[in-house]
Design a protein around this ligand. Structure first.
Ligand code: TAP
Length: 503
């Protein structure tokens, strides 16, 4: 078992600044080398160049972290989980304060590691992290059960107890936001955490561990593993002493996590998986231009690397021509380039393998007979070696086209037409996914009918890509199991104990 301390190292960020970032596994409030001593390269997606290395953890490190988490959870008769509700909130608020004080540096780290626009990293991602942590800090001392009068003379009530040690596996598209969405409710409800960041994007999570320690969380309550999915991630899913796993990522890996739970200790599992979200635009919309602007935000935010991205635009045939012209004009005006340049509106994709995956879907859509109406261009060489791809629109897409059923996770959108409400509903619900959807119309009754008919965890009305830590988020069908955010997520981290007393 390794406990060799690892020093922070200097990373050159995309804005030219040098920042020291810890590179070790964060276990028991220390940054330590992995048991194997292995390292993983960290890339800047805007240049395609390696900017440093972090320690690579695997199953052995997960085991060390789980032992630390278990010890912290059980210490002093479960002091963390059972006694210090108010103090847990205080610590979370301190953590949020530290992140806020360092928000610009963190946003620059996030933009460098992921390729997302610096302004988005700051205003949406890191500000969202701060608000999420504060929101759940407020819940720490408001976890309450119920009383029951079922049997006269018998006093019955429920206690909501932390689950124990929670494993969490997060993706690369919103590394800091997903970190906060996962750890804040788990810690607020009194659990100990072992979280694995994505191998592509470990930096913001590592930096925030410094603030966890500085905030004064007891050692072992929060642990971070930086490692790869098939080794470190799978070890979390398989582990016999982890009580619950929360996962965000792809469907195939979600299935592995569920299977691992069944084969190990039946740990509780919540899954936030992919989507193929329909964005439905009726001809009674208030403004076609406005609908096109929302559709642009629906596909372009974070270069389309968003599980709720509006990848399937369904537009009523009566306004299809006008909408397509308006939308194509907006997509053509997207400025692809350096995420730190304030005039850029689309950065690079996150990694070279992901660039290949997105480009592969563009080829498949063409092979299946769709019309490439815009984009589909490889911009890597032109823009200095980063993982750049042009905003892409497909029209004339037949129902059998594979691109309509699969998550592309890039700035690639299809436009289909429909004539009736029934047709729109059928097409909207036709995929195995059910994460998000949107309806644009100025007709209140129609909007209500559509809200009822669409099988998705979120239905936006005349807006797109609005999510909040305060609103439940998750999927119908194969888009996941359970809900995150809002009060709903707290129950993912709590067991209900019924006390039935004859005293
Ligand atoms: P995944 O492989 O699902 O990665 C998500 C997380 O799971 C990462 O931390 C990953 O680790 C980890 N992981 C991989 N294999 C695992 C295993 N056997 N056991 C436990 N954890 C494991 O997604 P990806 O390869 O990054 O992206 C593939 C596709 O997934 C994308 O194109 C997109 O369609 C979808 N995706 C969806 C989301 C959301 S928000 N729903 C997010 C990302 C990707 P490493 O990355 O460190 O290896």
């Amino acid at each position: 078992m390794s406990s060799k301390a690892l020093e922070s190292t200097t990373f050159r960020l995309g804005n030219g600044k040098d920042v020291r970032i810890p590179i070790g596994q964060f276990i028991n409030n220390e940054f330590v080398d992995s048991v194997s001593g292995a390292r993983m390269d960290v890339y800047n997606p805007a240049t395609g160049k390696v900017i440093g290395q972090v320690s690579e953890g695997d199953g052995a490190d997960v085991d060390v972290a789980v032992k630390a988490a278990r010890a912290a959870y059980e210490k002093d008769n479960r002091a963390w989980g059972f006694m210090k509700h108010y103090e847990r909130g205080v610590l979370l608020n301190k953590l949020a304060d530290l992140i806020e004080a360092n928000r610009e540096e963190l946003a620059a780290i996030e933009a460098t590691d992921t390729g997302k626009l610096y302004t988005q990293a700051l205003n949406r991602d890191i500000m969202g992290v701060i608000k999420t942590i504060r929101y759940y800090a407020g819940y720490a001392d408001k976890i309450m059960g119920h009383t029951y009068n079922a049997i006269p003379g018998v006093n019955a009530y429920t206690k909501l107890e932390p689950m124990g040690v929670c494993g969490q596996v997060i993706p690369w598209n919103f590394p800091a936001s997903m970190w906060a969405w996962k750890i804040a409710p788990a810690l607020a409800t009194g659990n100990a955490v072992v979280i694995k960041s994505a191998e592509n994007t470990p930096l913001s999570a590592l930096k925030m561990c410094e603030y966890v320690r500085e905030a004064g969380f007891p050692p072992g309550v929060f642990n971070l593993i930086t490692g790869r999915g098939p080794t470190a991630g799978q070890a979390i899913a398989d582990h016999m002493d982890i009580d619950k796993v929360a996962f965000t990522g792809s469907g195939p890996v979600g299935r592995k996590i569920l299977e691992a739970s069944a084969k190990s200790n039946l740990k509780r599992v919540t899954l936030e998986l992919g989507g193929k979200s329909p964005n439905i635009i009726f001809d009674d919309v208030k403004s076609v231009k406005e609908a096109a602007e929302w559709a642009l935000y629906g596909i372009e935010m974070n270069v389309g690397q968003v599980c709720v991205a509006g990848t399937r635009i369904l537009v009523q045939d009566t306004i299809a021509e006008e909408f397509t012209a308006e939308f194509t004009k907006l997509m053509s005006a997207v400025k692809v380039g350096d995420p730190f340049d304030p005039s850029t509106t689309q950065g690079p994709l996150v990694s070279a393998p992901h660039w290949d995956r997105v480009n592969g879907w563009v080829k498949i859509a063409c092979e299946d007979g769709a019309t490439l109406a815009l984009g589909g261009k490889d911009l890597r060489e032109e823009l200095g070696g980063g993982y750049y791809i042009s905003p892409t629109i497909f029209t004339g897409v037949k129902k059998e086209n594979r691109v309509l059923a699969n998550e592309v996770f890039g700035p690639v959108v299809s436009i289909q037409t429909f004539s009736t409400e029934e047709e729109a509903i059928e097409e909207a619900n036709r995929t195995s996914y059910g994460l998000a959807s949107a309806v644009f119309s100025n007709n209140y009754e129609r909007i209500q009918r559509m809200n009822d008919a669409i099988r998705a965890g979120t239905v936006w009305n005349n807006i797109y890509n609005f999510t909040s830590f305060a609103i439940p988020f998750g999927g119908y069908k194969e888009s996941g199991i359970g809900r995150e955010s809002g009060e709903a997520v707290l129950y993912n981290y709590l067991e209900t104990k019924a006390v039935i007393s004859n005293m």
